[in-house]
Write a protein that binds this ligand. Structure first.
Ligand SMILES: Cc1ncc(C[n+]2csc(CCOP(=O)(O)OP(=O)(O)O)c2C)c(N)n1
Length: 578
């Protein structure tokens, strides 16, 4: 039993750590600064909470975002206000738009009784200082400011609640200097209660009348499809999705941000849809008469700006499952809305559908996917097996598929390397594929890989990035070495900002050809630049089996292949806007 302010007086930082422990927080990541040092000290040597001190705050927010998104459980980002809002902003933005539960414990360096005279670094918004709350307001789901110790503890408890309730997201507690001084105990007012009392329980209820309509629709559908989004991952519902698809005989396609929530080599998988999705996946969704949309906001990025050839409420019956009422019928009218926990609602649908014989439906579903795959076969190109050097990206991706064990977690970056992966990589571990699909920031892959490795230490984790994105995250490699996190980094090195050059039809954005393997070795990782398929194959095999050190594989790729080669489904307006 841990020491609790419910029984005895505790220093405020110890009481905050007690609240985190009670909520089951296992990871705190950040850099000590300002008053947060007191909380780092309270965490020192803690048994159930691992503290990772990073070298740059954006690595901290990247770790927190990825770990939170993969596990659905809150991760704490801890550090001084100006560096968290500035340096860590990118990860918080991804968490906000990509629904990752992150609790930020930060502060304002307010200078206590001198705060109204604008003390050094103060962010309390008085004259001569900056405004920490407003800086966080734009990139967080909610921001709370604590002035007293009791508020510091209760705001932490509420932040854990807000970060995980409804659509998850980052919630910030800005701790004033005085909120971390003094003690909290049984006589504190407002009364301190157990953290568990604040945390929302899963939503195990559903509108029975709408559920009955949805079942009837799916039963009579000729070509039902499931469209699965990032919410399936965050809601920890990938196993329920698999059971529903297999038992009911309904094929699955995913949105871009939902890519990988369903085994992409499964016979019922049509792959990702959208601008850079598979033509077969787009065709399957477009031909559906009933669409069961799960954990997707159906935003313009999901639906290629609501292209009616893909999804059309006038032509198709749409059923939408979402934990957040604001996401339902947000962009296009949805007649059948089921608000609730994705795993629970899918399980209700599955058991109801099993009331009738689904044998014919299952056979028809398999045949529809088989036909779409053979009509739009995008994996037969000779470049998938060519031994030319510099490598074709297709070849590297195929070799990664071959080398990576089925439970590998893959994280991607921004740029055209992400688009290549979106289109050509087939992920097998459900939910284990992360990309910055929400905000699209470069530098995501390596940071997210650290978060993934902390969440799943026994599984291989591979970060795939471009040379531009890789260069932004060299500090993350240092953290990987220091924390003994043996991730694999695959640099698709085209010596250029490929997305920019190909997007602007050739305007120059070359990058220096750095010796990334040499840099990796100097940091303490394994590193290798490969020039033949044999070398790449050997390096991949070694890297995914590594248990001690991170492994960086620098893979020179040719520049002729462009993201435009896989660009498919665009609306006229999307093309107009560029
Ligand atoms: C942090 C950040 N800065 C700028 C951008 C704009 N941007 C998107 S992709 C890209 C180029 C990426 O180059 P690289 O990482 O080498 O990948 P490639 O496109 O060559 O595969 C840029 C500058 C961004 N998304 N994120």
């Amino acid at each position: 039993m841990s020491i609790s302010p419910l029984d005895r007086e505790l220093d405020a930082p110890d009481a905050i750590v007690w609240a985190l422990e009670e909520a089951g927080v296992e990871l705190v990541v950040g850099i000590p600064g300002g008053y947060t040092l007191n909380i780092f000290q309270a965490l020192a040597g803690h048994r159930s909470i691992r503290t990772v001190v990073v070298r740059e705050e954006s690595t901290g927010s990247g770790i927190a975002e990825a770990c939170g998104r993969l596990t659905g459980r809150p991760v704490v980002l801890l550090g001084q206000g100006q560096w968290i809002s500035g340096n860590a902003g990118q990860g918080l933005l991804e968490a906000l738009l990509g629904a990752a539960p992150v609790v930020v414990l930060s502060e304002m360096t307010d200078g206590a009784v001198y705060s109204h005279h604008g003390t050094y670094q103060s962010g309390d918004a008085d004259y001569g200082s900056w405004d920490a709350k407003r800086a966080f307001d734009g990139i967080a789901k909610r921001v709370m400011v604590s002035r007293y110790p009791s508020q510091a503890v209760q705001h932490t408890q509420l932040a854990l609640k807000h970060a995980t309730s409804g659509e998850p997201g980052p919630v910030v507690v800005l701790l004033g200097s005085q909120s971390l001084k003094g003690t909290i105990g049984p006589r504190t007012r407002p009364t301190i209660y157990s953290t568990k009392a604040y945390i929302e329980h899963p939503r195990h209820s559903v509108d029975e009348a709408v559920l009955a309509q949805a079942i009837a629709l799916l039963e009579s559908a000729a070509r039902p499809m499931i469209l699965a989004g990032n919410g399936v991952r965050v809601g920890q519902a990938t196993a329920n999705l698999l059971r529903l698809a297999e038992d009911a005989g309904i094929p699955v396609v995913t949105t871009a941000s939902g890519k990988g929530v369903f085994d992409e080599r499964h016979d019922l998988c049509g792959g990702p849809i959208g601008s850079y999705g598979l033509a077969g996946g787009n065709a399957l969704l477009g031909a559906a008469d009933v669409v069961l949309a799960v954990g997707t906001k159906l935003g313009p990025h999901d639906t290629v700006r609501h292209n009616p050839q893909l999804i059309d409420p006038q032509r198709q019956s749409i059923i939408q499952i979402d934990i957040e009422p604001l996401n339902a019928s947000w962009t296009i009218p949805v007649e059948h809305v089921l608000i609730g926990d994705a795993s629970h609602v899918m399980e209700r649908i599955r058991t109801s559908l099993l009331g009738s014989d689904r044998t014919a439906a299952r056979a028809a579903a398999l045949e529809r996917v088989r036909a779409a795959r053979s009509e739009f076969d995008e994996f037969a190109d000779a470049r998938f097996t060519s031994d030319e050097f510099p490598f074709h990206p297709q070849r590297v991706i195929r070799m990664l598929e071959d080398a990576a064990p089925a439970d590998t977690i893959v994280t991607c970056d921004a740029g055209e390397n992400r688009i290549f992966m979106m289109h050509w990589f087939r992920n097998t571990f459900p939910g284990g594929y992360l990309q910055p699909a929400a905000s699209g920031g470069m530098g995501y892959a390596v940071r997210a890989a650290l978060g993934a490795k902390l969440a799943f230490p026994d599984q291989p984790v591979v970060a795939v990035c471009g040379d531009g994105g890789f260069g932004m995250t060299l500090d993350s490699l240092m953290t990987a070495v220091e924390e003994r996190l043996p991730i694999v980094v695959l640099v698709l090195n085209n010596r250029s900002l490929g997305w920019v050059v190909h997007g602007r039809n050739g305007s120059d954005a070359p990058l220096h050809d750095f010796d990334f393997a040499g840099i990796a070795l100097a940091i303490g990782c394994d590193g290798r630049r490969v020039t033949t398929s044999g070398e790449l194959s050997a390096a991949l095999a070694q890297a995914v089996a590594a248990t001690e050190r991170p492994y960086v594989i620098d893979v020179p790729i040719e520049f002729a292949t462009s993201f435009r080669d896989v660009e498919g489904f665009q609306t006229a307006s999307a093309r107009r806007d560029g």
